[in-house]
Design a protein around this ligand. Structure first.
Ligand code: SF4
Length: 346
């Protein structure tokens, strides 16, 4: 077991990427980077990390910022509940810990949006506490290394792999161990192109020996995907916006007037439904269609143009022009549409 920690430590020192959050023990910065990097590529996450630090240099700055400002800065990263949780947790730290990041695992774990993985990452990276991190990279490395079939998305699997990692961790330098195993998963033991010939663990890797690298890790269930059909109304002159207030994707972000339907209808039937539901009059044919993929949902979005010169009641909506739009946090889907509007004409 000591060999495992030693081998990956030597490899890590020679191969690690230089990332701005790697050489700090500032818990706030580490927390920000961990939340941003969940489900986000490192090169994309890096810019957001730097923007957040610049705009909110301290936890207090983040806690006291209006939610709209936090969401606006997060725009484009997706998974907006992470931004809302980040904001709520900053307020928790301000009111319960006097603005100082809590320094033990259980207090860190109490923060909104902080799960086992993030708590272990902050505890080890910022406070040198011996808590092993178990993220997707770690599951992959360990399931292959031990040729372990227990599904990683079960309670038993999570417990087992956490035990493996906690038994292997170098208690004298838990931060480096955690960084090293995650980096190995990100750069060498990758999902589809594992580079076993350069891997420091290849002599003792049981999955490699059994020729089962790509069968591991095992998952018990396939994630179900839900299809949704959104119809948005775009008005070229006075853009109409509304805030999404319901508990759903993009909560508290802004979007065009929307009608969601259960299934796709013909254009004329859809036009009828939209006009009846919203009391707005639209052109007969849609102007753009997108399939927008989220982790568990596929959004089939159709954009319709508001008919000009028709008297309509638009008083329920925020009305703004293109340059004002920069002040509102809007979903990436609407942004994609606006990019197309700006580069061409419909
Ligand atoms: S030898 Fe291959 S499968 Fe085993 S840990 Fe290394 S990269 Fe992963």
């Amino acid at each position: 077991m000591r060999d495992f920690a030693l081998l990956i430590d030597v490899w890590y020192r020679q191969n690690k990427r230089n990332l701005p959050w790697r050489d700090t023990q500032n818990a706030y910065h580490i927390w920000l980077s961990e939340v941003i990097l969940q489900q986000t590529r490192v090169d994309q996450g890096k810019n957001y990390y730097l923007k957040f630090i610049k705009n909110f240099p301290t936890i207090k700055d983040l806690a006291l910022a209006p939610e709209d400002e936090v969401l606006k800065l997060w725009q484009g990263l997706g998974y907006y509940s992470r931004a809302r949780n980040l904001h709520t947790a900053a307020k928790q730290i301000l009111s319960n810990h006097d603005g100082h990041f809590p320094s033990n695992y259980s207090d860190i774990r109490q923060l909104k949006g902080v799960g086992d993985y993030t708590a272990a990452a902050i505890a080890s990276f910022a406070f040198d506490l011996p808590h092993a991190v178990v993220d997707g990279n770690v599951f992959r490395v360990l399931s292959r290394y031990y040729n372990e079939d227990t599904p990683i998305d079960t309670t038993l699997g999570k417990k087992l792999f956490t035990e493996y990692a906690n038994n292997l961790i170098n208690k004298k330098d838990p931060a480096s161990f955690n960084q090293a195993i995650m980096e190995l998963g990100a750069l060498v033991c990758t999902p589809k192109k594992a580079v076993c010939n350069t891997c420091p663990l290849n002599d003792s890797c049981q999955g490699l020996r059994a020729n089962r690298v790509y069968e591991l890790p095992v998952k018990s269930k396939k994630t179900k995907t839900r299809n949704r059909f959104f119809h948005y109304i775009y008005s070229e002159q006075n853009i109409l916006l509304q805030k999404r207030t319901q508990k759903d994707i993009w909560e508290n972000m802004y979007e065009f007037p929307l009608v969601e339907v259960e299934k796709q209808l013909t254009p004329s039937a859809t036009k009828n439904v939209i006009e009846k539901t919203l009391g707005l009059i639209i052109e007969p044919s849609p102007i753009a269609e997108y399939k927008h993929i989220l982790s568990h949902q596929h959004i089939f979005a159709t954009f319709w143009k508001l008919k000009l010169n028709k008297p309509m009641d638009t008083s329920n909506y925020i009305q703004c022009n293109h340059s004002d739009l920069a002040e509102y946090a809007i979903p990436r889907l609407i942004d994609r549409f606006l990019e197309q509007v700006n580069s061409s004409s419909f």
